[in-house]
Design a protein. Structure first.
Length: 64
């Protein structure tokens, strides 16, 4: 199974999406959007920008 985005609707809160990894675990959750279209636009934005560099502001210099 490939990783996937899943759009979810919560009455009174609007739509949000989750990114589900190949093992079925949710690895990211978006903000809530007022419209379904805005939620889909958010997914498109993540897809376009997913190769962004990592900026670690945690202050930790330890390597895994």
């Amino acid at each position: 199974m490939a990783a996937r985005f899943e759009v979810r609707n919560q009455p009174g809160k609007g739509c949000h999406f989750v990114l589900i990894a190949t093992n079925g675990q949710v690895v990211a959750t978006s903000e809530h959007y007022e419209s379904h279209r805005a939620c889909l636009d958010g997914i498109d934005s993540v897809k376009r920008n997913a190769n962004a560099p990592v900026q670690d502001s945690s202050g930790s210099n330890q390597s895994p």
